[in-house]
Design a protein around this ligand. Structure first.
Ligand code: CA
Ligand code: CA
Length: 125
């Protein structure tokens, strides 16, 4: 994600960085004296804010990719949930959709469910 466009943003007071962002351009928020970053705890957003002395407001714990039922663990239940969604038996929130696409191909299908299942039994990272 290239967010260098925010440089010299004296008027910018708030930006929300999703947990899916794992890299932030070092200069992304240069000269933004009034800025507060909103993001998830233990995410890139939080470490970036600390490194650059920018105010940080936590939106809660960061989520784990694949943990669509948000119980903090990757289990076969998550895999089944994703599989059911892929065949339209479940409805997902936007957040769940973001979490479910574990291979980041913008589709949620049985491949994502299989990846989550493999992770749940420790076969993949
Ligand atoms: Ca889970
Ligand atoms: Ca996918």
């Amino acid at each position: 994600m290239d967010i260098a466009v925010f440089e010299n943003c004296a008027g910018l007071s708030k930006v929300t960085i999703p947990y899916t962002v794992t890299t932030i351009n070092y200069h992304a928020f240069n000269n933004c004296p009034n800025l507060t970053i909103y993001g998830y705890s233990n995410s890139k957003a939080e470490s970036y804010a600390k490194e650059n002395n920018i105010d940080f407001v936590s939106l809660g714990k960061s989520k784990t990719m694949g943990d669509v039922d948000s119980d903090g663990k990757i289990t076969s239940a998550d895999s089944l949930f994703i599989l059911r969604y892929s065949v339209k038996l479940e409805k997902f929130t936007d957040e769940q959709i973001a979490l479910a696409d574990v291979n980041s191909d913008n589709k949620i299908d049985s491949l994502d469910a299989l990846t989550v299942l493999r992770r749940s039994v420790g076969l993949d990272d």
